[in-house]
Design a protein around this ligand. Structure first.
Ligand SMILES: Nc1ncnc2c1ncn2[C@@H]1O[C@H](COP(=O)(O)OP(=O)(O)OP(=O)(O)O)[C@@H](O)[C@H]1O
Ligand SMILES: [Mg+2]
Length: 297
């Protein structure tokens, strides 16, 4: 099978960003979510056997949940498990203010995926901006939105390959579109167990005691994985750069600098750590500086 490789100039590359299997990372997700995904993958791998009994694997999945929880990362990881590139089409690249043009762009995108010559997984990001609820209003904007949603319905129905859509605003989606997805998976904020794993992953090669990790995971209740990653990487950057730059490297100084430079979006829940800062028990009990293990472990 010929794949869309990095050197290939395809019609697709001009409309969307292409992410390759070798660059994918596995997100840390709650067990039921991992189970649902494994079930889907197993089904796609069994395409031939299913075909023999007149069935097709499900090909359309919708991921919904707050920003920074790993929807894009997960789509990339899934495509990689299938050995396929992920074609990321963002709504803002498709939606225009010119009458009918958004629908044309959607049609062109699906056609480019179909004509590509080798299979890809299509990822429709910011999907709520494309597939908002249809309305009965008669303004130009209403009919344009209804036209776009109808085009999307038809293209999804007619499309043969795997399609994943993602949104932070599931409530805004048109119900008929929602039903067109055979799998709907909520990617929620991580629980305590996942937060511990996320902290360990993004602090590595620095290590903390299990108690310290657990206390930090409590103080970060409500944080998205993306925010946790930024915070952990900020601490690591400080540990490396700070001494060279002559910064104060005492624990409270480093933590305060990090909490001031990274913050949750104002619309999202504010984890305890940002309110209590260095007075938080997770920080007061934190052995400093963190031990540094072997790279990669
Ligand atoms: N569940 C997770 N496990 C590990 N890392 C994660 C997870 N979720 C997000 N990240 C990290 O956070 C960053 C942002 O994640 P990603 O873009 O996948 O989130 P998203 O849900 O698609 O966000 P948005 O809704 O803003 O598009 C990535 O660098 C990723 O590595
Ligand atoms: Mg995303």
């Amino acid at each position: 099978m010929r794949h869309l490789d990095r050197s290939q100039k395809s019609a697709l590359a001009s409309m969307a960003e292409v992410l390759y299997p070798e660059d994918a990372a596995e997100p840390i997700l709650a067990r039921p979510v991992r189970g649902a995904l494994m079930e889907w993958l197993t089904e796609i791998w069994a395409t031939k056997e299913l075909d023999e009994v007149g069935l097709k694997p499900r090909s359309r999945a919708l991921f919904f949940g707050p920003p920074g929880t790993g929807k894009t990362t997960l789509a990339h990881h899934l495509a990689a498990r299938l050995g396929l590139p992920l074609v990321v089409a963002r709504a803002d690249q498709l939606v225009t203010k010119y009458l009918g043009e958004t629908s044309e762009n959607i049609a062109k995108l699906f056609k480019a995926v179909r004509d590509n010559g080798s299979p890809v997984v299509l990822f429709l990001d910011e999907f709520d901006s494309l597939a908002s609820k249809r309305t009965s209003g008669s303004s130009g904007a209403d009919s344009e939105r209804n036209h776009t949603t109808n085009t999307l319905l038809q293209r999804l129905e007619a499309h043969d390959g795997t399609v994943i859509a993602a949104t932070n605003l599931a409530d805004d989606l048109d119900q008929a579109i929602w039903r067109r997805f055979e799998i709907q998976i909520e990617i929620a904020l991580p629980g305590h167990g996942e937060r511990k794993l996320i902290l360990k992953r993004y602090l590595a090669p620095y290590t903390l005691s299990p108690d310290a990790i657990s206390l930090l995971a409590e103080a970060l209740d409500g944080a998205s994985p993306a925010l946790m990653r930024q915070w952990c990487e900020g601490i690591k950057r400080n540990l490396i750069i700070g001494p060279k730059a002559g910064w104060n490297m005492e624990r409270d100084a480093v933590i305060e600098r990090q909490l001031a430079s990274v913050a949750p979006h104002p619309d999202l829940q504010r984890p305890r750590l940002w309110d209590r800062g260095i007075r938080d028990p997770a920080i007061r009990n934190l052995a400093w500086p963190p031990e540094r293990g072997k790279a990669g472990g």
